[in-house]
Design a protein around this ligand. Structure first.
Ligand code: NAD
Length: 493
């Protein structure tokens, strides 16, 4: 029998009230890994109550900002000490390359250290009003219990983008990880306790989206929802939070353009295109899935990209030389295959790839695929596929590519490959996306804020800016004069 993992509530493992579990499998070979607790509304309620008690507990509420920073730094160190175990867990759960997950775990402590450094720098302001006898100042306060709902593609990194800033400013949290990747978030909750946070500050309830996820979104005890996932789920969450007048940070899907100009270093740009769409088997929100190549370099770029795509080593994500692992689960592989078939029926030509495989392991693999003869109105160009499928299109002028690149519902990221300094800045200004990379792709740092435009989201993650998402602003007016209240029927300033 596979090992069982319970919810983590109030500082300890707690079995699901329903007594039910679900199996998490390795997508590289379909072997069962463990059973996770199937969370229900009752479990979620227990976790939110625990987080509320922790929020009200003087051990947490009255902890100095400096000491909160110490705890965050300690948590970062513990993640660093356990990085190999965490990386392996994620690779087994979602099929991403062990190399990639090791890289993510190596940078994860930096997120906690960054917010540890900011913890004692969250300050209010003294505002000069028109009456100098009045002292007006602002304070930033924690919100309360924050619900975090995360996807499977980078479980701990995407959880950390929410958890580190939320704890930095004194909130507590209930996390609902993806049903495909429950393991590392539970382990993280253990490390939170080991770091010395009071019990209940971080809780994790595992389970399915429409069940545990929906129950969390609907829970009246939440002060905020921070969500990363598909635009469809994000939109549903936004309707609920709007009706309840609570905030939400939503990091959603993308269909990002990766644009190569005639004046680019084409060999380098081709690697940038490969990095944009074939890394993580295309299962990244920032995937550069729409590739635009200027007419003068179109043939050469296509040849370089398709040659590299054909030589990509597909196989066991634990192996050092593997470059492309499986999709995270069977339905995801079928979705990718369905989109490529749809592309064919829309008139696209498959230049490279276009077939599902089992990777020789019995897993859910899909070949790196390049589609040509595509136009901006095809569904394979408009909708997020979330797999290793690039749609490549030629263009002639800068104005034309700006119009094509911006003609999308999404606005998460964009890549530009050029040696023209003026053009680089011009494109950064003209592209309608929250992150612009010039002569690089898929770069990220806890220090650099990012925001999805249009259907790619609401709110900011990372950087100092995200702290505003986890605090509320209070304005305090203190009359320092002894003067009697003047005319009570007019507004004071
Ligand atoms: P998803 O929306 O299906 O699921 C995300 C999470 O939401 C999971 O934990 C799921 O259980 C939960 N969920 C599902 N239905 C729910 C409901 N009704 N109520 C509450 N919770 C619910 O997304 P996914 O397939 O897990 O992830 C892939 C998507 O995430 C892609 O669209 C990708 O672009 C996006 N993503 C965005 C970013 C970003 O930073 N913008 C990063 C990574 C992934």
């Amino acid at each position: 029998m596979t090992e069982r993992r319970d919810h983590f509530i109030g500082g300890q493992y707690v079995p699901p009230t329903s007594g039910e579990y679900f199996v998490s499998t390795n997508p590289a070979n379909q072997e069962a890994l463990y059973e996770a607790a199937r969370g229900t509304a009752e479990d979620v309620d227990r976790a939110v109550r625990s987080a509320q008690q922790a929020f009200d507990n003087p051990l947490w509420r009255d902890l100095s900002q400096t000491k909160r920073g110490h705890l965050l730094r300690r948590l970062g160190d513990l993640i660093g000490e356990n990085a190999e175990e965490l990386a392996r867990m994620e690779t087994l759960d979602n099929g991403k390359l062990l190399r990639e997950m090791r890289g993510q775990m190596a940078t994860l402590p930096e997120y906690y250290r960054y917010y540890a450094g900011l913890a004692d720098k969250v300050e209010g302001r003294v505002i000069p009003t028109s009456d100098r006898r009045v002292l007006n100042y602002t304070m930033r306060e924690p919100l309360g219990v924050v619900g975090a709902i995360t996807p499977w593609n980078s479980p701990l990194t995407l959880t950390t983008s929410k958890l580190a800033p939320a704890l930095c400013v004194g909130n507590t949290m209930v996390i609902k990880p993806s049903e495909y990747t429950s393991a590392t978030v539970l382990r993280l909750a253990e490390l939170v306790m080991e770091a010395g946070f009071p019990e209940g500050v971080v809780n994790a309830v595992t389970g399915f989206g429409p069940e545990a996820g929906q129950a969390l979104v609907d829970h009246p005890g939440l002060a905020k929802i921070s969500f990363t996932g598909s635009t469809a789920t994000g939109s549903r969450i936004a309707s609920t939070t709007a009706g309840r007048f609570i905030g939400s940070t939503l990091e959603l899907g993308g269909k990002s353009p990766n644009i190569v100009f005639d004046d680019a270093d084409v060999a380098n740009a081709a690697m940038g295109v490969v990095a944009g769409i074939f890394a993580a088997a295309g299962q990244t929100c920032i995937a550069g899935s729409r590739v635009f190549a200027q007419r003068g370099v179109y043939d050469e770029l296509l040849e370089r990209v398709s040659n590299r795509a054909q030589s990509i080593v597909v196989g066991d994500p634990l192996a050092e030389d593997t470059e492309l692992g499986p999709l995270a689960f069977g339905d995801q592989r079928d979705k990718v295959a369905g989109y490529v078939d749809l592309g064919r029926s829309e008139g696209a030509r498959v230049l490279t790839g276009g077939e599902a495989t089992d990777g020789g392991l019995g897993g859910f693999f899909y070949q790196p695929t390049v589609l040509v003869d595509v136009t901006n109105d095809m569904r394979v160009v408009r909708e997020e596929i979330f797999g290793p499928v690039a749609a490549v299109m030629p263009f002639d002028t800068e104005d034309e590519v700006v119009a094509l690149a911006n003609d999308t519902d999404y606005g998460l990221a964009a890549g530009v490959w050029t040696t023209g300094l003026a053009r680089a800045h011009r494109m950064a200004d003209r592209l309608d996306a929250g992150t612009i990379w010039v002569n690089t792709y898929r770069a990220m740092s806890p220090m650099s804020p990012r925001q999805g435009f249009k259907s790619s989201g609401v709110g900011v993650e990372h950087g100092q800016e995200t702290l505003n998402e986890y605090t509320r602003l209070k304005s305090v007016w203190i009359n320092t004069s002894e003067d009697p209240v003047a005319d009570p029927f007019v507004m004071r300033s």
